[in-house]
Design a protein around this ligand. Sequence first.
Ligand code: ASP
Length: 321
Amino acid sequence: MRSAGNLWTRKHLLGMAGLAPEEIDTLLDTAVSLREVNRRDIKKVPTLRGKTVINLFYENSTRTRTSFELAGKRMSADVVNMSVASSSVKKGETLLDTLANLQAMNPDVVVIRHPESGVLEFLANNLDAALVNAGDGRHEHPTQGLLDLLTIQDHLPLLGQKSFAGLVVAICGDVLHSRVARSNAIGLKTLGATVRFVGPATLMPAQAAEAFGVTVHHRLEEGLAGAQVVMMLRLQNERMNSSYLPSVREYAAFWGLNRARLKLADPNAIVMHPGPINRGVEIASEVADDPERSVILEQVANGLAVRMAVLYLLCGAGVRR
Ligand code: ASP
């Protein structure tokens, strides 16, 4: 841990971009101190009693939505899940009107997932409640970035690292459509890691090297060589509006992570994936289920702790504003 005390002063968590190393440390340290609650027999503390959290998800979600709900409940907040499918959004209400109506009920935190990149910045200027970005289009997914940082931090000693400085992380696959790749690259670079984007040219953002300070690799074998952390990404078909690949079968053959390819990475390398995984496409089951290498379920467990930390800090607990 590098932080000196609680350095959280922000109202919203919109992205990893702009967070100082000390702010990331505060979030991770808070998650570490809260995660013990999830291992207790009675998994509940009164910390956020009387606070209200609204989850507003305009896109599908399993892990993120469940863990925000559990995070709030384990800290005794009142949590409301607004299901867009059964709300007035389906009757044509605009996002801003929906927010204004939710605002009238005076929630403390609104957690939003939305398909439009960058929509959160606009909403933040129009909302009194604290806003958490739970994924906006291909832009950012900061709590995923944080849970990934926490998971990597847990493994630093085994990777022979004292800190993130110089750690080699390969983020592989459909980088173009991935908010996970963006949030991770930004957070990892902020903490001093060396980041590689690895994927076919058609699935790589323009000017990735300049924009993110990463190296770009168009062969999986090259990108994996010596990497200490291998982060695989799902093909985000829902964000593809044209043909980026000859076929999924060919993609799996060239870009799928299997045991043989993983041998090219550092011998202690960990394998990560934000989920949902597509078995046999970007990752083979022999790797995804390998207890020696895969930390995918640790990521999920850390996701809960990170979301508890985010709600805790945004609800003003222990904050110097
Ligand atoms: N669950 C992550 C996200 O919402 C990754 C994915 O969907 O592939 O971005």
